[in-house]
Design a protein around this ligand. Structure first.
Ligand code: UDP
Ligand code: MG
Length: 339
């Protein structure tokens, strides 16, 4: 096994795959964070699924700053016919950055994104590859049921997908997570997208190409706990909305225009009443309500504006998406003749 260690090496191989014609048949990218309980089984099941393809493939493991023994495990993985590439990020950069790192390294003719916790069953890989061979360039895996997730998560996820599809230009298929197959051409396009805010659902949908949706039953987590919590999900949702659409800014403008219009109408009514009938000063509750209402709209609009200014600030810094600390490659121990 060849091991290369980089000290705070900033990865800059943006065009590493461009122009390469040959390469592994399929690349499977598996990002993980503290998944030592499941990685062995994950590796076995992925290798087994890939072996049914009878071609030499590649697995890219991306360690997103694990604190447990996950890295020690993956850096030892080997396979007779598949190349195993393991990347270790210098800290936890988030699944989106880990996936982006994997996508830059992937050299297969098509790429599959898979969670390490086996919620996305690797047994679907042969079917996905078959669909790709029949011409689809993106195979989106749609969850038929969201087992192991409570009512609240299911409902909020549903609302989020609906909302995102409404506000974004590239359609985002409901209940499709990161589990998908993409042709090399699609991956090359995604690798050229420069933004720091990696809202993966949007980025993966953005290039278009011929798409096919396959349904599957998402399994409960094999072991360990989900890395998501509500604050993180809210952050992701806000990031997704503000990085993929400027519609909220438009809504703030429309809210401003609408309230101005009603204020004008009301001013006319109040003025006329005062001038014609000489109304005494009444209406304390309505005055307070209007002040509060306008204050609310103003704060909301400033907040929306702030979100976009924040995005601009982050994007303008042009920091790398992730820092690669270590990398190991295990070449196939036995090379099988390609069909
Ligand atoms: N993950 C990651 N970095 C993170 C959070 C999660 O690489 O910061 C990995 C995690 O180890 C798993 C996958 O992303 O392989 C999906 O995470 P999780 O199962 O926690 O999400 P869920 O399935 O609940 O949406
Ligand atoms: Mg999971």
């Amino acid at each position: 096994m060849r091991a290369v260690a980089y000290q705070h090496f900033v990865h800059a191989k943006a065009d590493v795959n461009v122009g390469k014609q040959e390469g592994p048949f399929v690349t499977v990218i598996i990002p993980f964070l503290n998944e030592s309980d499941v990685l062995e089984q994950c590796h076995q099941r992925v290798c087994h699924a890939l072996s049914t393809l009878q071609r030499s493939c590649e697995i890219v493991y991306v360690d997103d700053g694990s604190q447990d023994s996950s890295w020690q495990l993956v850096s030892q993985f080997q396979h007779p016919t598949h190349k195993i590439h393991s990347l270790r990020l210098s800290r936890n950069f988030g699944k989106e950055a880990a996936l982006s790192a994997g996508l830059k390294f992937a050299s297969g003719q098509c790429v599959i994104l898979l969670d390490a916790d086996l919620q996305d069953p690797p047994e679907y890989i042969p079917d996905m590859v078959e669909a790709w061979q029949q011409g689809a360039q993106v195979i989106e895996m749609q969850r038929r049921e969201r087992q192991g997730e409570n009512w609240l998560k299911r409902t909020t996820a549903h609302c989020f997908y609906r909302f995102m599809s409404y506000i974004s230009d590239a359609p985002i298929t409901e209940n499709v997570g990161d589990f998908r197959l993409m042709d090399k051409k699609v991956v090359e396009v995604i690798n050229t997208l420069p933004e720091r805010t990696r809202f993966m659902k949007g980025l993966l949908a953005w290039p278009g190409f011929t798409r096919q949706v396959m349904t599957f039953d998402r399994e409960p987590r094999l072991a360990g706990k989900t890395k998501w919590n509500y604050p993180k999900l809210i952050h992701l949702a806000l990031e997704g909305i503000t990085s993929f659409s400027t519609k909220p800014l438009r809504w703030a403008t429309i809210a401003g225009l609408t309230t101005s219009f009603f204020t004008f109408v009301m001013a006319m009514v109040v003025l006329t009443k005062t001038l014609v009938w000489g109304d005494p000063v009444v209406g304390y509750p309505s005055t307070v309500l209007i002040i509060l209402f306008l204050g609310g709209i103003q704060l909301l609009s400033i907040g929306v504006l702030g979100e976009y200014v924040g995005r601009l600030f982050i994007e303008s810094k042009q920091r790398p998406l992730y820092v690669l600390m270590e990398e190991t490659t295990s070449e196939p121990t036995f090379t099988q003749s390609e069909t």
